[in-house]
Design a protein around this ligand. Structure first.
Ligand SMILES: Nc1ncnc2c1ncn2[C@@H]1O[C@H](COP(=O)(O)OP(=O)(O)O)[C@@H](O)[C@H]1O
Ligand SMILES: [Mg+2]
Length: 395
């Protein structure tokens, strides 16, 4: 898939610096998303306690939190203070962590009302550090505040809450728009970037030759051929890029937290909406209905163009495809984390099949083509330039 407009060509040095902190050897394919494709030695609670005491002068009870690539811990310190300690993947590029904490600090300064974690400085005053001694020597670590609220995955959503999710994501996007995104690390290779979907090809090529693999392969080829050129013409900016039910804390009515800025990247703005919407598909026949509530909330804050609206169904499908391909690839290699990695995959397969059935109408041939049939029911106004999506449901 081509790069989105505004992306500079990648250079090898953009990804893994050669002489960064100890433990980061600079080897490996610079065009690969290495932290996702290589294992990292697990951090034990005892090791974490020693490192966080030395680097942040914090101590307390440590409980392991789940994580995709980082080793994450909840730290209960004295006075009921709670923190999240994040040890980055052994091969993580420190510049990615640096960008993440800068983004959090930026949001705090320009949109203090947005519920994102606050960054806790290390003993040297820096927002992240490298463990200097002991078994974790060389691991990049940072500490953020723990946010209250239930993970969205455990909260039954209503029209109103889904609309709020869209509003909040749009507000976050607005705050991120003002971030100085010159750092090349914000245009790094990232398997989860829908503008880099073609990077999934080698992962599919390694799969056994089954019917499922053919389906994934066909879908990817179609998306790369038909969607990438249209996507490349859309506006780009820094986005969260992973607004999933594991990264949003909520109660019945409101969004209480937005976490995990590990995938922040400069990409097409519409990708951020599609990713969030992909997690709001319905188990009921009205597959796209709940996603549309979120999209309506987003639209009310940041209107999308006709071209962006038209891309949404394919981009939602692309995110689901990426979830399946990356999760199954990683599960086959990192067996110890298999249950966590594959926790959403059966649902993703179900959604992919139902989305394909919905959009089995002839594929759009040009940017102005009519959206797939199921989508035009959900989106009767998607082809007119100024109208918001149907089902606008402001609570
Ligand atoms: N600041 C936070 N406040 C509350 N819970 C958090 C926070 N950070 C992480 N968590 C919990 O830890 C889990 C993993 O954190 P996350 O940042 O997504 O790690 P990873 O980058 O490894 O995916 C989250 O799904 C959430 O349950
Ligand atoms: Mg995460």
């Amino acid at each position: 898939m081509g790069t989105c407009d505004g992306r500079r060509d990648r250079k090898a040095g953009d990804v893994i610096p050669n002489d960064v902190a100890a433990g980061h050897d600079g080897s490996g394919d610079p065009l690969l998303d290495v932290t996702r494709l290589t294992p990292s030695a697990a951090v034990t609670s005892a090791q974490a306690a020693g490192a966080v005491r030395a680097s942040f002068r914090l101590s307390g009870e440590l409980d392991r939190l789940p994580g995709e690539t980082d080793d994450n811990f909840l730290l209960r310190a004295s006075g009921e203070k709670r923190y999240v300690v994040k040890f980055a993947h052994l091969r993580a590029d420190p510049r990615v962590i640096s960008a993440q904490v800068r983004v959090l600090k930026h949001i705090e300064s320009v949109a203090g009302e947005l519920p994102v974690p606050r960054v806790v400085p290390a003993v040297d005053g820096q927002p992240w550090t490298v463990v200097a001694d002991g078994p974790l020597r060389g691991r990049v670590v940072h500490v953020i505040t723990y946010l209250d609220g239930q993970l969205l995955r455990a909260v039954p959503t209503s029209v109103g809450l889904r609309y709020r999710l869209g509003v909040t994501l749009a507000e976050l996007g607005r705050a991120l728009r003002e971030f100085d995104d010159d750092d090349p690390v914000l245009r790094r290779p990232l398997l989860w970037d829908l503008c880099q979907l073609a990077q999934l090809r080698p992962l599919i090529a390694e799969r056994p030759k089954t019917v499922d693999t053919s389906r994934l392969d066909e879908q990817l080829s179609r998306l790369v051929a038909e969607v990438a050129p249209r996507l490349a013409a859309q506006r780009t900016q820094l986005v969260h890029n992973d607004f999933s039910p594991d990264h949003v804390l909520a109660d019945a009515r409101s969004v209480r937290g937005i976490i995990d800025f590990g995938d922040v990247t400069v990409t097409a703005l519409v990708n951020d909406v599609a990713i969030a919407a992909a997690y709001q598909l319905s188990p009921e026949p009205d597959l796209l209905g709940p996603a549309l509530d979120l999209i309506s909330g987003y639209y009310a804050t940041t209107p999308l163009t006709t071209a962006e609206l038209d891309l949404l169904p394919d981009l939602i499908g692309a995110r689901i495809l990426a979830r399946i391909v990356i999760s199954e690839w990683r599960a086959a290699r990192f067996g110890e984390n298999r249950a966590y990695i594959l926790r959403n995959t059966p649902r993703a397969w179900d959604h992919l099949g139902r989305l394909q059935a919905t959009s089995s109408a002839p594929a759009p041939a040009s940017p102005t083509a009519t959206p797939p049939s199921g989508w035009s029911t959900a989106y009767p106004t998607a082809t007119s330039s100024s109208a918001p999506p149907a089902r606008t449901a402001a609570p």
